[in-house]
Design a protein around this ligand. Structure first.
Ligand SMILES: *Cc1c(COP(=O)(O)O)cnc(C)c1O
Length: 380
């Protein structure tokens, strides 16, 4: 029998999701902000405790909308990790502001508060931490810096849905939080996102900017007698059909997270001997953080060893992957933005990082196969 391949991730779509999408199609409201969107926004408000939730077309758009509504613009600087997805930095660039890349710290690979503080200038307006792998950045320290320097904190919680920091849902600690429901995330509608906030002013402005700069939502609430163009904006509204898919996924948070946790714990326990032998560095979830087990990553000792592991696992049909190419050293970072910084921690961890497959339907026997492949590769 041929050995089947193990992908790096796979969405878990059950009858619940299929029925929800069919029901939304039958209800006939295909555009956004219909009854399903309202229901799912309520679901997310209940999950997070946030006062305002706006579904968006992607996590990328949620970050853009948050920065736009926070008034980030030309002349402003926003500090963010270099170790992140291009979307985090693009959101800053698209507002005409300047992304300032800072280091991440071990063990979470999230923004290093000490390095953030060093990079603050009179132009700094906001800090944009990324919660990596479903584990929070050191928010207490970052919020303290922000308060002392009068900066906004906007959380890229694209990977953080369902995770908490000191018991508080990620995305609700700063001025605004941004979620992603992309196909690779824990809960998905294929492409989608959400902006969440407790700030009344930001919510009002975001509501307008999300709807092509119009006061259409205020019109629906009966607050104005006609709707018109009142601000800058774009089209960030998610279709009700996709919202239905998302609502069904979110109704399964407990089940899907428990499955992810079991796989995460299986990796941790089985790879411990390799860590104790100094061959791998395993992730550590700080006491302050409840993870949603979005990713499972390990650090090899060297770039060569990481690449050998990647190659070996690939040979065996296992979807192991590296992760971010640091943005400060990417072609657009260097040539487009003129970044000259060296970020040694970021460069080091990104060279040694390896992600192992993690998704709800991954069987324990598959996890064993991945672990055996890692062991074999490291013993050669
Ligand atoms: C997935 C992701 C995004 C972008 O989300 P999309 O929904 O794919 O646009 C942004 N930042 C981080 C850290 C992500 O993981």
């Amino acid at each position: 029998m041929a050995i089947s391949s193990i992908p790096s991730h796979r969405s878990d779509i059950s009858e619940t999701e299929i029925n929800a999408v069919v029901a939304a199609l039958q209800a006939g409201h295909l555009t956004g902000d219909g009854p399903v969107t309202k229901r799912v926004q309520t679901q997310l408000r209940e999950l997070t405790g946030a006062k305002h939730v706006l579904l968006t077309t992607s996590g990328t758009h949620a970050i853009e909308l948050a920065l736009m509504a926070a008034g980030i613009g030309p002349g402003d600087e926003v500090i963010l990790p270099s170790f992140t997805f291009s979307s985090t930095a693009n959101a800053v660039v698209l507002q005409g502001a300047r992304p300032v890349f800072a280091e991440v710290e071990m063990p979470t690979l999230t923004l290093d508060p000490n390095d953030v503080e060093r990079r603050i200038t009179p132009r700094t307006k906001a800090i944009l931490p990324v919660h990596y792998a479903g584990v929070a950045a050191r928010m207490e320290a970052l919020l303290d810096i922000a308060t002392r320097h009068h900066l906004s904190v906007i959380e890229d919680a694209a990977q953080g849905v369902g995770a908490t920091y000191n018991g508080q849902p990620l995305g609700t600690l700063g001025l605004a939080g941004c979620y992603s429901f992309h196909g690779t995330k824990n809960f998905t509608c294929g492409e989608g996102g959400a902006l969440i906030t407790n700030d009344e002013t930001l919510a009002r402005r975001a509501e307008i900017m999300r709807e092509k700069g119009t006061n259409r939502q205020a019109f629906f609430r009966g607050e104005v007698d006609k709707y018109t163009w009142v601000d800058r904006g774009s089209s960030f509204v998610l279709s009700d059909v996709l919202a239905a898919l998302l609502g069904a996924q979110l109704s399964r948070i407990a089940e899907l997270t428990a499955q992810r946790r079991a796989i995460h714990d299986h990796y941790q326990a089985s790879l411990l001997p390799l860590a104790q032998a100094g061959q791998l560095t395993l992730p550590v979830i700080p006491e302050t953080c409840q993870s949603n087990y979005h990713l499972y990553f390990v650090l090899a000792r060297t770039l060569d060893e990481r690449n050998r592991l990647l190659h070996e696992l690939k040979q065996q049909g296992i979807g192991a992957t590296f992760h971010y190419v640091p943005l400060h050293s990417s072609p657009y970072g260097r040539q487009g933005l003129g970044c000259e910084d060296e970020l040694p921690v970021t460069e080091d961890v990104s060279a040694r990082l390896l992600r192992l497959p993690l998704y709800p339907a991954l069987q324990a026997s598959d996890v064993e196969r991945v672990i055996a492949a890692v062991q074999t590769s490291l013993s050669q």
